[in-house]
Design a protein. Structure first.
Length: 222
């Protein structure tokens, strides 16, 4: 039986985090917790909370720390994360969120924060071509579309371009990433929890590389 995992996955938008997190969550048999997916679901459900989240998301801005921390605290409190662990995708995004995560998880920290590294030029072209299922969030691209007419292979939902994948919002999101998320790399590095892994190549190759790197890292620290 594969052991569980307590992972944070970092990387620029378009680094392939979403796709890789789904695969890692199947491999380690732990829930994939994506704050972006949680907020998109709230927007879709049309709740008051969702309406507020939408204003930030459509502009490519970050949702305030206290809101995001509240959502993640509630999610990590459920039993499914307690036994085998979790894969956090899109959280933490700021140093304040990283400090809060540390507190939430005490006394047991994460295993490691994996930084999926992809050059900005590659990320820009991937984001422009990215398409997602409106219903289940499955990822596709212009090069790898669903089998039938932009209908999701997994759930039959409509496959569309995300509203925040338009050029102006992409630029803002990458800028936020540099300003707010890159200090996180330093934060994890200081705690000897940062594992950089290249995200360039075919998705299958990247998955194998990630699993190998995570397993080796964990073996060395047992
Ligand atoms: P993502 O799918 O991770 O790119 O997230 C989409 C959008 O959701 C972001 O551009 C933010 O507006 C919001 N969001 C997701 N996670 C966070 C977070 N940890 N902190 C602040 N905002 C977030």
């Amino acid at each position: 039986m594969v052991p569980g995992a307590r992972l944070v996955i970092l990387g620029k938008q378009g680094a392939g985090k979403g796709t890789q997190c789904v695969r890692l969550s199947r491999h380690y048999i732990v829930p994939h917790i994506s704050t972006g997916d949680i907020f998109r679901a709230a927007v879709k459900a049309g709740t008051e909370f969702g309406e507020k989240a939408r204003e930030y998301m459509d502009d490519g801005d970050l949702i305030p720390d206290e809101v995001v921390i509240g959502v993640v605290t509630e999610r990590l409190d459920r039993d499914d994360t307690k036994n085998r662990g979790f894969i956090l995708d899109g959280f933490p995004r700021t140093v304040v969120q990283a400090d809060a995560l540390d507190e939430m998880l005490k006394p047991r920290a994460i295993d490691v924060a994996v930084n999926v590294e992809v050059p900005t030029e590659v990320v820009l072209s991937r984001l422009a071509g990215r398409r997602v299922c409106e219903d289940c969030g499955a990822n596709y691209s212009v090069e790898r579309p669903p089998k039938e007419n932009w209908t999701c292979d997994v759930c039959g939902g409509e496959v569309v371009q995300r509203e925040d994948d338009i050029e102006a919002a992409i630029e803002r999101r990458l800028k936020h990433y540099e300003e707010q998320t890159e200090p996180l790399l330093v934060w994890f590095e200081k705690r000897e929890k940062l594992l950089p892994v290249s995200g360039v190549g075919h998705p299958d190759e990247v998955t194998a590389r990630l699993i190998r790197a995570i397993d080796v890292y964990r073996e060395q620290r047992v």
